[in-house]
Design a binder for this molecule. Structure first.
Ligand SMILES: Cc1cc2nc3c(=O)[nH]c(=O)nc-3n(C[C@H](O)[C@H](O)[C@H](O)COP(=O)(O)OP(=O)(O)OC[C@H]3O[C@@H](n4cnc5c(N)ncnc54)[C@H](O)[C@@H]3O)c2cc1C
Length: 310
């Protein structure tokens, strides 16, 4: 299909059906915490379940690829950008519904709700279970997909199940046992989009929860102060080891490629010093993997998701 024809097809659909905001040819650097990434053909913000179903059906029927994004805090978009549609969940799926239970409370949280909001609500309501997430940026959807975690806690500890939509626009519910949670990963069937997560928390002591969150926030002081855009830890920790320490021991802190740098503060963070290209970050990632493999015989596995065209 010619580019013009494709643009016409997009426009027609978005004018006629779609209720949410739609942007064409926008740099993904606007939608990632790395502030890196070439243009996406289309960035769409579905307003509700109907919008999501419509856009998936449209994409599937035309053979347009699509990619789901939360807050973009764990993603590196390549410099050539993304062909197809980036579906961003942060506008229409923000709502969280809270309900008291015998042991505490349950929240049915929209995929686009921020973890910070859920954590804050738990603190105010005196609910325990979410303290670990106090400094993790991003959305509920992204956190479920990544099984985000810190300080011994992870999303799998609080998730009861997720409401999903598959590539045919059909809704379903995946109970926790079917999500396939593992370290910084889940096994949600390909093509399934998390619309809402059912989260369960126990009643706790408000003061203790507040103090725990303050304590964990304090522990983040070093990385929290990194003044440059980044996407958190680039590599997963190998079993029993700390990736950042391996990188530091290999003498790689401070290495640069273009305007990307292996952080001087934390070896497992790569930072964008200003105007870095994805290829610079990828170059540093390759350098790290190669050096750690050669010196320690360990293959580091990326934690961040790399998407788009080179
Ligand atoms: C400063 C900083 C500190 C961080 N600290 C931590 C930490 O301590 N622990 C930790 O685990 N992570 C950490 N991260 C990484 C990141 O914040 C988490 O992985 C977060 O959960 C990602 O959420 P997001 O909404 O930004 O997801 P995105 O980056 O937008 O997406 C991540 C992945 O999830 C998929 N996805 C997003 N939403 C959905 C959905 N609704 N349905 C299906 N798939 C979806 C995307 O396709 C992508 O593959 C940190 C990041 C930064 C920048």
């Amino acid at each position: 299909m010619t580019e013009k024809k494709q643009a016409e097809q997009y426009s027609l659909f978005f004018i006629q059906r779609f209720k949410g905001k739609v942007l064409f040819n926008v740099p993904m650097s606007d939608y990632t915490s790395f502030r890196i990434g070439g243009p996406a053909d289309v960035v769409a913000f579905p307003k509700d379940d109907g919008d999501l179903k419509d856009i998936i059906s449209f994409a599937e029927s035309k053979g347009f690829p699509y990619y789901i994004l939360g807050a973009g805090t764990n993603v590196l978009v390549r410099d050539g950008g993304v062909r197809g549609i980036v579906i961003v969940m942060i506008e229409g799926f923000k709502h969280a519904e809270w309900e008291e239970t015998a042991s505490g409370a349950r929240a049915v949280a929209g995929a686009g709700a921020s973890l910070a909001e859920i954590t804050g609500e738990c603190r105010e309501r005196g609910l325990t279970g979410m303290e670990f997430a106090v400094s993790i940026p991003g959305t509920v959807g992204g956190a479920v997909l990544m099984n985000a975690g810190a300080y011994g806690g992870e999303m799998k500890d609080v998730v009861e199940g997720v409401e999903v939509m598959n590539g045919k626009g059909q809704k379903g519910f995946l109970p926790k046992g079917d999500i396939g949670f593992s370290y910084r990963s889940s096994n949600i069937p390909k093509g399934n989009i998390v619309m809402r997560a059912h989260l369960a928390f126990k009643k706790g002591n408000k003061e203790e929860i507040k103090n725990k969150m303050a304590e964990l926030r304090e522990k983040r002081k070093t990385t929290g102060k990194i003044p440059y855009p980044n996407a958190g830890s680039v590599f997963k920790n190998p079993e029993g080891l700390v990736a950042g320490r391996l990188i530091e021991e290999a003498g790689l802190k401070g290495e640069t490629s273009g305007s990307a740098q292996i952080s001087n503060v934390h070896g497992n963070y790569i930072v964008n010093l200003g105007g870095a290209a994805a290829k610079d970050v990828l170059h540093l990632m390759a350098l790290i993997r190669d050096r750690i493999y050669r010196t320690k015989g360990i293959t580091l596995e990326p934690e961040i998701k790399v998407i788009g065209e080179g």
